[in-house]
Ligand binder design. Structure first.
Ligand code: ADP
Length: 253
């Protein structure tokens, strides 16, 4: 049951680069179905944390579990994608020459670098999935359009759609609304809120208005503040915004 249990469990994760601790005993849990916002100043370790979760960086110490049984530190980056962890980087990386639909088809293929999509025949189930995803990302009317012609916001949604095709349990999103208009930012908040429950999400973001939108539906929703490689504060948005240590880090008070 997705509404129970822990989807991600990090304990005392440390990562050093030439003696500098990018992560310093970082511990963090994400519940199944949860949408968790992660904030923190530049250099706090947010990217390194996502690199550890996705198998791109191996920690020097600590534990990382996906669900209750999968030890992430025993899996390669490519395996972790198939286990059900999708990651979206800040910049959109859609295939601009292909249509919206072809981009979604591509994400179903084992090796997206092989542009074999023109001969790819999706199954009926996959076609249904594509329709559902196109509706979710509000691009149903643009299915035949070349991806390069989409707006910046639409490209970001398409990339989220490409991840959704793989039905990930956990989605990691790095600053998904960077560069978006206010309208696109609001639509993105709606999209991510519609995904919670069915998926777990970790959203790294600087835009506090966007974080407020993502947490507005549930007063108990947690926000995590990273600083110097570990968790500085965790609580509701109001709690972390009123936390003296958080204020000191952000405002130098
Ligand atoms: P954030 O994403 O929160 O801005 P990062 O995880 O990118 O933080 O970086 C945390 C710290 O680790 C920064 O001080 C950064 O310079 C350092 N760092 C990150 N990756 C490397 C690397 N490959 N080599 C050396 N230092 C790194």
């Amino acid at each position: 049951d997705l509404s129970h249990g822990t989807v991600l469990y990090l304990e005392d994760i440390s990562v050093s680069f030439d003696g500098f601790k990018a992560l310093n005993k970082l511990s963090l849990d994400i519940a199944a179905g949860e949408l968790r916002c992660i904030i923190g100043p530049n250099g706090a370790g947010k990217t390194t944390m996502m690199d550890v979760i996705t198998g791109k960086t191996r920690p020097d110490a600590g534990q990382a579990f996906f669900g209750s049984t999968i030890n992430l530190l025993r899996h390669r980056e490519s395996e972790i994608v198939r286990l059900g962890i999708g990651r979206k980087f800040q910049k959109p990386t859609v295939f601009e020459q292909l249509t919206v639909l072809q981009n979604l088809e591509l994400s179903l293929q084992a090796d997206p670098r092989v542009l074999a999509c023109l001969r790819f025949k999706p199954t009926a189930t996959q076609l249904d999935r594509m329709d559902a995803v196109l509706t979710q990302i509000r691009l149903l009317g643009e299915a035949g359009r070349q991806a390069g012609l989409l707006s910046h916001g639409q490209k970001q949604w398409l990339e989220i759609g490409m991840l959704l095709m793989l039905e990930p349990k956990l989605l990691l999103l790095d600053e998904p609304v960077a560069g978006m208009t206010d309208f696109e930012t609001e639509r993105t908040a709606e999209l991510l809120l519609s995904l919670q429950g069915q998926h777990s999400l970790m959203v790294v973001e600087h835009d506090m208005k966007f974080i407020a939108a993502l947490t507005a539906d549930d007063v108990r929703k947690k926000v995590t503040v990273l600083h110097e490689g570990s968790v500085l504060a965790e609580g509701t948005l109001n709690q972390v915004q009123a936390n003296p240590q958080v204020l000191e880090v952000y405002l130098g008070r």
